[in-house]
Design a protein around this ligand. Sequence first.
Ligand code: SIN
Ligand code: CO
Length: 394
Amino acid sequence: MPNPLAGQAASMRFLQSYWQRSPAVIRGTDITADPALAAALAPDALLRLAAREDVESRLVVRRGGRYRLEHGPLAAGTIPGPRARQWTVLVQGVDLHVDAAAALRARFRFVVDVRLDDVMVSLAADGGGVGPHVDAYDVFLVQISGRRRWRLAPPGPVTLEPDQPLRLLENFEPTVECELGPGDMLYLPPDWAHDGVGVGQCVTASVGFRAPSTRELRMSWLQDQVDGLMDAQEAGEPDEPFRDALSVKEFTHWRDHPGSLSPGLLDQMIETLERWRPSRVEMADFVGRMLTDPKPGTPFEPPSRRTLDRARQDWVTAGLRLDRRTRMAHHGSTLFINGDSFDADGDALALLARLADERTLSPAHTRKLLEDPDVEAILLDWAAQGWLCACAGL
Ligand code: SIN
Ligand code: CO
């Protein structure tokens, strides 16, 4: 089994054989060798995160076949004691809050950033889990500490248990079982049913990937079109009413069939809709903005006035780095960042594309980039929103 974290050749073999095709158990990765990650994802550190207002968390407790779900913030008193069984706390978007989790996410950059979603981390007591379910996501379930038993079933028709606070499968018939220990990980393509249960207390990190569907794409595209039309309306841009075809043939049709769709009006409306063909450039712009859109409520932290005032100086001496929450991508001459897009050319384009690929820029490259006053203004705007900062203090 190729370990996709063990270099370019291995990740290529993994992608070719398993990605979006088949589950895979990868044993003995070096993920747990990172002491910063082990400390950041220790049970007490996770419970501190789950207690925070700005962190999304859930508590799931099972009693017999019934589940209870509580949304965070989870005060210490709401978590069952250390000897209680069958509970789990799930913390969403840990990579948005914790550098070591963002570094874990970065190890999966053999897949493009726009597919990456977030790192969710769960702490489970013995027998704890969220029950059998399916996700519309690719996911690597990385065992950070303790042991967890997984049961899996291939994609198939889904029926859900009635009256449960979670989407639980009623018809779960596992065909594969495995137990993971620290450093092991399980890869699951979308729609594979799975149920993971703590064997004693354990911590599992889920590195999840966005798998947008055709329907989702079309719905977001139409919503984007509606937003654009509303903006144009608000900006007072002129609109064109349909005018009737002024012909005797049309007027005769009206007189004889006042209950019909007016043929002239119908033709004009169909032609207008047929002409409404966005170009590939417009569609690529939409796709880039959609794929780099952060999740609603992503907690960006705008810097202090003082940090912003000396930002330019800090950048030229230390270089630039994208904030761990920033989603950035490039395509042709367009750059996308956190749901926005803009065009660039020449050195600025090459350097900003490099920033998207490497997520940092050296001081020399940063100085070159800042030679263009328009780009400087854009970078300062990003900095003011907390999207990028100086490399110092990494
Ligand atoms: C968990 O960590 O308990 C749930 C992860 C998953 O099944 O997606
Ligand atoms: Co799942």
